[in-house]
Design a protein around this ligand. Structure first.
Ligand SMILES: Nc1ncnc2c1ncn2[C@@H]1O[C@H](COP(=O)(O)OP(=O)(O)OP(=O)(O)O)[C@@H](O)[C@H]1O
Ligand SMILES: [Mg+2]
Length: 334
């Protein structure tokens, strides 16, 4: 278990991490989500005592990192995959780490095998591709067989096979009862990986919720309809007691209805339909809405506050959740 209490980091006038308090529990994957510059890496560095907090504390199983006798056996981390000695082979990089932490040599072979690098173990790591480098970083995190693992953006730049591999590895480590803390700025990735979510923006805690609750609160289901007789269709839907939203481009959206029911209703009134499809709001969009006020770096022409070209028109729904996720939708669910 990792416990943060009022953790704060200021660089001059910039507050990178702002009174963060949360717990990371064992036996599950906790996703640490936030836009670029939100303070994820700074928080993780402080957890590992690589940076001093301005105030607040981090406890690992009740103790400060510095009080852990052999830290690699408690907590393993991949923060920066490039932080290896490029002139050394993968094997020697891991061997140095093992020897300085009193970890037996055979464990080096084990972790190389676990991450699939046995065949290139004697090659210098500076020639490694991004994916191979990430695997080597993960091997070093696993070296001490720790109960707690932290990965900072582990899927960045990986191909689909690599992403799939890391996801399954984290799941199997969590299933063994370990504590897994993984950062990302992609909600869609976290939705497939994490059991619990910590969301931050500009260093502040925005949400601490189970993934299931987040999905339940943000996966709005609705039916989209398009008809050359739109006016009549709208009247018929209203008449049947449905709340209809005009979503632009000649489409209507109806919450709380099935495609079957609406299709039959249209047929009863001999209305032609050009589209009748079940939709789900995108979790990525819900995340963007949640962090909209906290995004520091965004491209010109991208209106993260909604209403711009990236956000379809329409009323905000779910306002009582406080996040107002509405924009964007997908038929795939995430
Ligand atoms: N050593 C430093 N000196 C000054 N400012 C820093 C330093 N390290 C981080 N910052 C600032 O602190 C803020 C948080 O940065 P951090 O790298 O923790 O964000 P992040 O959430 O990891 O972002 P990303 O998704 O881009 O990796 C940023 O505004 C960054 O510019
Ligand atoms: Mg970072």
């Amino acid at each position: 278990m990792i416990e943060l209490d009022g953790l704060t980091k200021r660089y001059g006038t910039k507050t990178a991490v702002d009174h963060l308090s949360f717990r990371v529990r064992p036996g599950m994957i906790t996703g640490f989500l936030g836009p670029n510059g939100a303070g994820k890496s700074t928080t993780m560095r402080m957890m590992l005592d690589l940076d001093n907090p301005t105030s607040g504390t981090v406890r690992i199983d009740g103790r400060h990192y510095r009080e852990l006798d052999e830290p690699l056996k408690y907590i393993g981390a991949l923060l920066d995959a490039k932080a290896m000695h490029g002139g050394r082979s993968a094997y020697n990089n891991l061997l140095c780490l093992a020897q300085s932490n009193r970890i037996p040599r055979q464990r080096v072979d084990e972790v190389l095998d676990l991450v699939g690098l046995t065949a290139v173990a004697r090659k210098k790591s500076k020639g490694f591709s991004l994916g191979m480098g990430q695997r080597l970083g993960i091997a070093s995190a696993l070296l001490g067989d720790p109960e707690i693992l932290m990965f900072d953006e582990p899927v960045n730049g990986l191909d689909p096979e690599g992403i799939h591999w890391i996801r399954n590895l984290m799941k199997s480590l969590a299933a063994e009862g370990r504590t897994i803390f993984v950062s990302s700025h992609l909600m869609s990735e976290m939705a497939l990986t994490a059991d619990h979510l910590i969301v931050i923006g500009q260093g502040k805690l925005l949400a601490d919720t189970s993934m299931a609750d987040f999905i339940q609160q943000n996966s709005r289901s609705f039916v989209r309809l398009r008809s050359p007789q739109q006016e009549r269709l709208r009247d018929v839907l209203h008449g049947a007691g449905f709340v209809v939203v005009e979503a632009g481009n000649g489409t209507l959206e109806v919450d709380g209805a099935t495609t079957e029911r609406l299709g039959e209703l249209a047929a009863e009134h001999q209305l032609t339909l050009h589209e009748l499809s079940a939709q789900r709001a995108s979790l990525e969009e819900a995340f963007m809405q949640m962090t909209a006020g906290a995004v520091e770096y965004h491209a010109h022409g991208t209106d993260v506050h909604g209403g711009g070209p990236a956000a379809p028109s329409g009323p905000v729904w779910g306002a009582d959740s406080g996040w107002g996720p509405r924009a964007g939708s997908t038929t795939e669910g995430v």
